[in-house]
Design a protein around this ligand. Structure first.
Ligand code: NAP
Length: 312
């Protein structure tokens, strides 16, 4: 497993991070897994060298993370959790009680990175003015080590909230939507995070559309119809076949994770699954070399105008 320094936090983090949210919530969403099975997915990831786990109050998986890390050396783990900000503003006191609850569920007395979760652009000013001082106080108390903010990418496809947050020198870590389909964060976010040495966690590397070629086909079809992809650049019957034939990728998710991993400015690529076989496949992807430069450049070229989708 490759490790990287997470920007200004100085934390040494595995490039693959285990996501306990996303579409499958460790297999809890469709009750595909028992809680013990979900905890086992996390344990297997940790045993393979991952040291970063992301969860959130809203995922209702913090207690599963707590089970998975019980008995391990806490100082070797980097835990990330979040307080939902939702549509109704969170009162400062709710943020304090939310953190206490997260600490209890996780079975720890500090969280390495605590984020405001899914902040909408119109709520950012409130979060900065009313909630950031609370986070700073909680950091002073030692309950949080670093402060983070995550975007609501499905509705904020243009990164409008993060553009505001980048203007304040307050956030140590940002969670950013980025994948090979929508690469807009390269210019609108990473250019600044690199300059400000902000830690970057990537979500949506493989969401639903990049899970398989069958799911990808209708998405690409729509993008061609909308004029965001040049039909001359792509074979709609067998989309992105070249990443397997010329890129040495073993699958679409494999190519998608490696594409994000080797994008300058990214630190941790989050990967969530409830399926042990997918976990192993994803661990293997992070061990593979970079995609050939020509393949990366071709992916950048094909999707250069795409700014309307997230791959949800
Ligand atoms: N705003 C926010 O703060 C926010 C939003 C979204 C996500 N997150 C965080 O970021 C993490 C990553 O989220 P994400 O949106 O990128 O989704 P994700 O949680 O990584 O989910 C990936 C999806 O792809 C499937 N999958 C995983 N590996 C696969 C493989 N090898 N082959 C085929 N399918 C595969 C999973 O289903 P299976 O279970 O069947 O494998 C799941 O449905 C989340 O877990 C969460 O911690 C944060």
């Amino acid at each position: 497993m490759e490790y990287r320094i997470l920007g200004r936090t100085g934390l040494n983090v595995s490039v693959m991070g285990l996501g306990a949210g996303g579409p499958s919530r460790l297999g809890q969403r469709d009750q595909m897994n028992t809680e013990a099975e979900s905890a086992d997915i996390l344990r297997r990831g940790l045993d393979a060298g991952v040291n970063f786990i992301d969860t959130a109050e809203a995922y209702r998986t913090e207690s599963i993370v707590g089970q998975a890390i019980a008995g391990r050396d806490r100082s070797q783990l980097v835990l990330s959790s979040k307080k939902s900000t939702g549509n109704n503003p969170v009162a400062p006191q709710e943020l304090r009680t939310g953190l206490e609850d997260s600490l209890r569920q996780l079975g720890t007395d500090y969280i390495d990175i605590y984020h405001l979760h899914g902040v909408a652009p119109e709520n950012y000013a409130y979060c900065r003015d009313a909630l950031l001082p609370v986070l700073q106080d909680l950091r002073t108390q030692g309950k949080i080590r670093f402060l983070g903010v995550t975007e609501a990418w499905n509705t904020d496809v243009s990164h409008a909230m993060l553009k505001q947050a980048l203007a304040d020198d307050a956030w140590d870590v940002m969670m950013v939507g980025f994948n090979l389909l929508n690469q807009t964060a390269r210019e609108s976010v990473f250019a600044a995070t690199i300059q400000q040495n902000i830690g970057v966690l990537i979500m949506f590397a493989v969401r639903l559309a990049l899970g398989s070629p069958e799911r990808l086909k209708p998405v690409l079809h729509d993008l061609v119809e909308q004029g965001q992809i040049d039909p001359a650049d792509i074979d709609l019957d067998d989309p992105l076949r070249f990443v397997l034939d010329e890129g040495g990728a073993v699958s679409l998710p494999d190519a998608a994770y490696r594409f994000c991993r080797d994008e300058p400015g990214t630190h941790v690529i989050l990967s969530g699954t409830g399926n042990p076989a997918h976990l192993q496949a994803n661990l293997d992807s992070f061990e593979r070399p970079p995609l050939p430069e020509a393949v990366t450049r071709r992916l950048q070229h094909i999707f250069r105008h795409v700014d309307s989708i997230t791959g949800q």
